[in-house]
Design a protein around this ligand. Structure first.
Ligand SMILES: NC(=O)c1ccc[n+]([C@@H]2O[C@H](COP(=O)([O-])OP(=O)(O)OC[C@H]3O[C@@H](n4cnc5c(N)ncnc54)[C@H](O)[C@@H]3O)[C@@H](O)[C@H]2O)c1
Length: 375
């Protein structure tokens, strides 16, 4: 899989390039950045270590590499200031992001390419990319709460004196202030976290609060996040490249799941070849479900504000066909999954595909229709 990183000269982009190098899975890494010298410098620095890692082609390129690129990762963006919320960044970042999308499309974005959005506010920009590119929604993924979930696991592990890989805990919703921790499924080495010695509701609150503030904490200390976000991006890219079908908290267009619609938001998502293969609906605690729905409302309100105040964004959201509902269809792809019969719904844990046969533990809303992924 050939990967292009737009913003590859920057902190997030270059850390992503390095993380991909250390993984040794993708054969080609192209860094693209308006800052040509910085970009060439980062590519050269990564290349200098190639002999000790893997046989990968690593270079700084321009947009001319886009037609040969299987996955376009967009990390170019303006950094959050210490006291600025991610959503406040939107007004500064939307214009830049739309310009990049237009440049990518003009360069020849492939119909089967995956677009991975990292720039903030990531859920809002993922929504605009879903609409603007006209790619089937399954091919547009936002990093969502991948980094938040990884931070969460690391901080819980550190506090309890456990190895971080043995802590499984997930954050869903907005990559921002309304993110939702899923305490109902948090575990340490397969054991319920809430039963773990030393665990208490106040500790849970404290760890989640620190996780939510982690971005600001890192910005204050070192200017911006790099290593952990690079590793989080690598996890998504490897999952696509290897068709691992891992369940990741990434952001993509939802159409009915958990009672949410017409926003890009993080839900448990099966990722593999072709991008989003399914979005999982689990029984959540009522508090978690209402938190997730609130997060979707926050995002939808922001999208509405942007569309009202920014004519370019409104045009982008109207999609390539210009009617605002053409995402996917304009490039011949399937419509987004729907919870009311358009998409495949498989029920696991109640013995079959008939959701009404029993109370479902997990439903999988697949994205129906043909296409490369064939789901
Ligand atoms: N989603 C997440 O979890 C997450 C985590 C950390 C950072 N971010 C976001 O990532 C973005 C980048 O952060 P950073 O710390 O790497 O910033 P940075 O300033 O270090 O890098 C941004 C790079 O983008 C480049 N750029 C600007 N316009 C461009 C264009 N038109 N084409 C190509 N390149 C262009 C700049 O030259 C710069 O090198 C920000 O929006 C930040 O908020 C997201």
């Amino acid at each position: 899989m050939r990967v292009g990183i737009i913003g590859g000269g920057g902190l997030v982009g270059s850390c992503t390039g390095f993380a991909l190098q250390c993984g040794g899975v993708v054969p080609e890494i192209n860094l693209i950045d308006v800052n040509g010298d910085l970009c060439r410098g980062q590519a050269l620095d990564i290349l200098h270590g190639a002999a000790l890692v893997a046989d990968q082609r690593i270079r700084a390129t321009g947009y001319e590499s886009i037609p040969e690129t299987d996955l376009v990762c967009i990390t170019a963006g303006l950094r959050r200031k210490p006291d600025e919320s991610r959503l406040d960044l939107i007004n500064r970042n939307v214009e830049l992001f739309l310009k990049i999308l237009d440049d990518v499309m003009a360069a020849g974005l492939r119909d089967d390419a995956i677009v991975l959005v990292v720039s903030n506010p990531v859920d809002v920009l993922t929504y605009l990319a879903t609409r603007r590119t006209g790619l089937p929604p399954r091919q547009v993924i936002g990093l969502g709460t991948m980094l938040d979930s990884s931070r969460f696991r690391g901080l819980i592990a550190q506090d309890l004196g456990l190895p971080a890989t043995q802590v499984t805990a997930t954050i869903l919703g907005e990559h921002g202030d309304s993110m939702v921790p899923l305490w109902s499924v948090a575990q340490a080495a397969g054991l319920p976290l809430e039963k773990y010695p030393g665990w208490s509701p106040s500790k849970a609150d404290e760890l989640f609060k620190r996780t939510k503030g982690s971005g600001a904490e890192v910005i204050k200390l070192k200017g911006g996040a790099g290593f952990a976000v690079g590793i989080s991006i690598r996890e998504v890219i490897h999952t696509v490249a290897l068709d691992s079908r891992r369940i990741l908290p990434v952001s993509s267009l939802v159409s009915g799941q958990y009672g949410m619609g017409d926003v890009c938001i993080s839900v448990p998502t099966v990722v593999g070849e072709g991008g989003v293969r399914a979005q999982l609906e689990l029984d959540l605690w009522p508090k978690e479900l209402s938190g997730l729905q609130q997060s979707a409302r926050v995002l939808r309100e922001t999208i509405d504000q942007v569309l009202k105040t920014n004519p370019n964004a409104a045009k982008a959201a109207a999609g390539r066909g210009g009617n605002g509902t053409t995402s996917g269809a304009s490039r011949g792809g399937p419509p987004p999954a729907s919870a009311n019969g358009q998409g495949v719904r498989v029920t696991m844990g109640s013995g079959g595909s008939n959701a009404s046969a029993g109370r479902p533990r997990v439903t999988i809303s697949g994205q129906s229709g043909g296409g490369r992924g064939g789901y």
